[in-house]
Write a protein that binds this ligand. Sequence first.
Ligand code: TYM
Length: 326
Amino acid sequence: MTRKRVFSGIQPSGDIHIGNYMGALRNWVAMQDDYETVYCVVDLHALTLPQVPSALAEARLRTAKILLAAGIDPKRSLVYLQSQVPQHAELSWILGTLASMGHLGRMTQYKEKLDKGGQNLGLFSYPVLMAADILVHRVHAVPVGNDQTQHLEFTRDLVDRFNSRYGDYFPMPEQITPGLGARVMSLKEPTSKMSKSDPDGSSRILVTDDADTIRRKVRRAVTDSEARVAYDVERKPGISNLLDILAVFTGNTVEELADRHAGSGYGQLKETVAEAVATGLAPVREAYLGLGDGEVQGLMDEGAAEAGERAERTMVEVRRLIGLSN
Ligand code: TYM
């Protein structure tokens, strides 16, 4: 039986945090057992916000290194840098001719970035390139955090449009979102999601942070004045976020953990969370520090060669279907 194929991507903008890890990366690693997995550092997407060229060059390699350190195994997964496979951009152009501008204009992430002063065509058509990433590999499923739901809906709309015009070619990709950790909140503002672009670095724990840094950030996490540990996302978003994090890193349910800590103070809960996160991330950090740039670039080059062959097989069919080959 052939295994189902999955694709997912991560932007090399800023540093990878436990939101990325809990919402996406740890599932990517787990899925290697049961799926044919394709993972990508989406450096073309990063260009939609201003980037310093030398910093981007460094960040895309660092992000690739984090994927490998977290357990993405190039022997079991195809892993590469998006811009090294130009078929993504070619398919994006073709899909763009089918895309609804009204739909693109309603995307929450687009509107948020506009509000922050961003304004360029790439930002507007961002979801089209994302759809191209997914469709160039003709995958069945996409593991992501829940902030990507609108983008996945948009992808499915493009599949409908393409398939109804040119014949059933692309599979309809489903979204796979974890039950726990699909939306990790900022440590400083627990009603907003933890984000790479938050100017306050103490709002997020990086997967490469050392134990002391993790302890310091967790200790300073915003909670509430009630001094009672309970899981209540509406009324106690800070404590609930800490319980979510603890649940992912210990494998317990939030209910068990809330019961177990019902009599503890917030300080004690925070110590427990910090230790669990530090212990869970220690092997990732160690693997990260042990990987050399040259080694990682070599693996990315190999990945891109294979991804390019696979993507080209799709594009040969796409060009034929739409009338761009004789
Ligand atoms: P990016 O780089 O913002 O995030 C990478 C992954 O991390 C998840 N994530 C979170 N999950 C839980 N809590 C959070 N606070 C949190 N923040 C981020 C995201 O949902 C994502 O799964 N547009 C995508 C990149 C992309 C992509 C694709 C994804 C480009 N092409 C094709 C899937 C398929 C993005 O900006 O992810």
